[in-house]
Design a protein around this ligand. Structure first.
Ligand SMILES: [Zn+2]
Length: 250
């Protein structure tokens, strides 16, 4: 492993712990920068050792260093998820201009997953800035003309709106706006691919969860994690999948 990979992993973990806290605070409508990171129980401020909580979580067996109260598994999961996402995106795309929209998309998706898992909510404060940023970025960065990505945004927004109308509320406004952002980053073809893959993963996992009794039949499952996986696969490997598919049917 290269030295730069190690730096990226440490950076990704730091981003992970930061955005994990951002997600929690946005849900609680707290300020992002104040107060500094603290234990949710004893309010003890986290020291330098706790700044990468994934490590201290494992070392301390999932308990606060100071009051020993058990800390939710969502902390290390959120942090690990962000780190893994950023690292995969970096390794696949490399140090190119495309890394900028890729990074914005990754953060948007991870924040959406974290708030979706916790509260079944995808917040406007996450999706709307992402839409604006990607709109601006796609005017300057991308392998396709700006209109291609604009069409992608429209396809993402339109498809999800259609699903929301047909399913009568099975899809929330947050998902619709999230897919507008995804469309701006991916363009129309990979956006459709992302939705197909997300639904496929969601259906498979849903069947597994229901048949093993992990969730009840009517209980809603957060769709966010499947959107994340489907979108990353479509974004990073969409072209390969498309070629494989064309070779398969022809
Ligand atoms: Zn504590």
């Amino acid at each position: 492993m290269l030295a730069i990979d190690i730096i990226v992993i440490i950076l990704a973990l730091t981003f992970g712990s930061f955005f994990n806290v951002v997600a929690i605070r946005l849900l609680k409508k707290e300020s992002i920068s104040y107060p500094p990171s603290h234990c949710p129980n004893c309010k003890h401020r986290l020291g330098a050792l706790d700044l990468i909580p994934l490590f201290s979580y494992i070392l301390l067996g999932g308990r606060c260093r100071y009051c020993r109260v058990k800390i939710s598994y969502l902390y290390p999961v959120g942090e690990g998820l962000t780190a893994v996402t950023i690292f995969i995106v970096y390794k696949t795309i490399g140090l190119t201009p495309e890394l900028l929209p890729a990074f914005i998309l990754s953060i948007t998706l991870v924040l959406a997953v974290l708030t979706d898992i916790r509260e079944k909510l995808i917040l406007d404060v996450i999706t709307l800035p992402s839409i604006v940023l990607l709109l601006i970025i796609r005017m300057f960065i991308g392998g396709q003309p700006f209109l291609f990505y604009l069409l992608g945004g429209a396809v993402g927004f339109g498809l999800l709106l259609l699903i929301a109308i047909v399913s009568k509320g099975g899809m929330g406004g947050g998902d619709i706006k999230l897919y507008a952002a995804i469309g701006l980053a991916l363009g129309p073809i990979q956006t459709i691919m992302s939705l197909v893959l997300a639904s496929l993963f969601g259906a498979v996992i849903g069947i597994v969860f229901i048949s093993t009794g992990l969730v009840k039949r009517k209980e809603p499952i957060a769709f966010g994690p499947f959107i994340l996986i489907g979108t990353l696969v479509a974004y990073l490997y969409g072209n390969q999948i498309w070629e494989w598919y064309l070779g398969f049917i022809m």
